[in-house]
Design a protein around this ligand. Structure first.
Ligand code: PMP
Length: 362
């Protein structure tokens, strides 16, 4: 087999090798069914078992009980931007958004299509290089919910502690840090994540929803866009992205084998520190985009002294087997996405490459 490289892509992103090998082993004949999960009816017993196990594993890893459901939907996190206000923003109430990056701005844009909105805080002024303090966040009266983006994939910032707004339902886009660190999930009314970063392949969006949020979903919105439709039908109202759900379940099993979220968090801290230390010890050759107190454990964004050097860095890194490091155009420079499945060796290899690149070009 050809050698695997270290893939720092922001998503779809690297998956645990053990998961890929397991899927490969089972690809043609899944557990003696004589068929692949790719070919299997979503109404069959074996698929039902996968679907149920994936929900149970997700709840177990998040430490959630019977008052929550986990749904496996389609349309990406971007469809959640619209489904949330469609389901939870009635006339007379105001949807509150904390804007910490391009994805929260896109979420707000969709909410504006459906009702009244309020920007509770924004960090646009510093090109989203930090997370606002609780003092900066001002909710409106009659808040329907408060929406945050827990990790800002493009800018490389992350809420260090999750906020809380009393009785106002808290909703979070956790697309790029779901299950990467411990937090009290029971404080959230809804959490959503496109799977293609920390949870599995593209094609499935995970929605963790408190059951009380399923009670009054309006009947006037399309059936497929109503959360209760999917909860009532175990995510099987229509044909689900079955193979993606199967891979997500393998990733969740893998995560449990690693020791669950606390163990992966400890490793994620070590991994991120390798790269942040290389930035901090470079005498200004590498400059982090994120303020130190807002740094993400998942996406490390940094600049070099010139765009030419940044181009050279990305190109040489690719040749050295470190791929996907080119940053997003709204920040420029480089971005290392180091989700749960990125091994520590990958971060060490990047750190060594950074030191060597600076020695040659600094
Ligand atoms: N939210 C965040 C934080 C993201 O990083 C992304 C991008 N992958 C999205 C939302 C959009 O996700 P999707 O492509 O699944 O719609």
């Amino acid at each position: 087999m050809t050698k695997r490289i270290f893939n720092f892509s922001a998503g779809p992103a690297t998956l645990p090798l053990a998961v890929l090998e397991e899927a490969q082993k089972e690809l043609i004949n899944y557990k003696d069914t004589g068929m692949s999960v790719l070919e299997m009816s979503h109404r069959s017993k074996p698929f039902e078992a996968i679907n149920n196990e994936a929900e149970a594993n997700m709840k177990e890893l998040l430490g959630l009980g019977d008052d929550y459901r986990v749904l496996f939907l389609q349309g990406g996190a971007s469809t959640q931007f619209a489904m949330i206000p469609m389901n939870f923003l009635p006339a007379g109430k105001t949807a509150n958004y904390v804007l910490t990056g391009a994805w929260s701005e896109k979420a707000l844009k969709e909410a504006k299509l459906f009702g009244q909105t309020h920007v509770a805080a924004t960090t646009a002024e510093g090109n989203h290089n930090r997370i606002p303090t609780m003092e900066e966040i001002k909710l409106s009266d009659n808040a329907a919910y408060a929406h945050i983006t827990s990790n800002n994939t493009i800018f490389g910032t992350q809420w260090q502690t999750m906020p809380s707004f009393g009785d106002v339902p808290l909703i979070a886009d956790m697309s790029s840090d779901m299950l990467s660190r411990t937090f009290d999930a029971s404080k959230f009314s809804l959490i959503y994540a496109g799977a293609q970063k920390n949870l599995g392949p593209s094609g499935v969006t995970v929605v963790v929803i408190k059951k009380d949020m399923l009670e009054n979903n309006p009947k006037t919105i399309p059936t497929m866009l109503r959360y209760s439709t999917h909860a009532d039908n175990n995510s099987l109202y229509n044909t689900p992205p079955s193979f993606s759900i199967y891979i997500v379940n393998l990733v969740l099993r893998w995560l449990k084998e690693q020791g669950g979220v606390p163990a992966i968090e400890a490793l994620n801290i070590k991994k991120a520190n390798l790269i942040y230390d290389a930035i901090d010890q470079s005498n200004g050759f590498y400059k982090g985009h994120a303020a130190k107190d807002s740094r993400s454990l998942m996406n490390v964004t940094f600049r070099l002294p010139s765009e030419d050097l940044e181009k050279a860095f990305a190109a040489e890194a690719t040749k050295a087997g470190l791929d996907g490091l080119k940053g997003h155009r709204s920040v420029g420079g480089l971005r290392a996405s180091i989700y749960n499945a990125m091994p520590k060796e990958g971060c060490q290899a990047l750190c060594d490459f950074m030191t060597e690149f600076q020695r040659k070009n600094g």
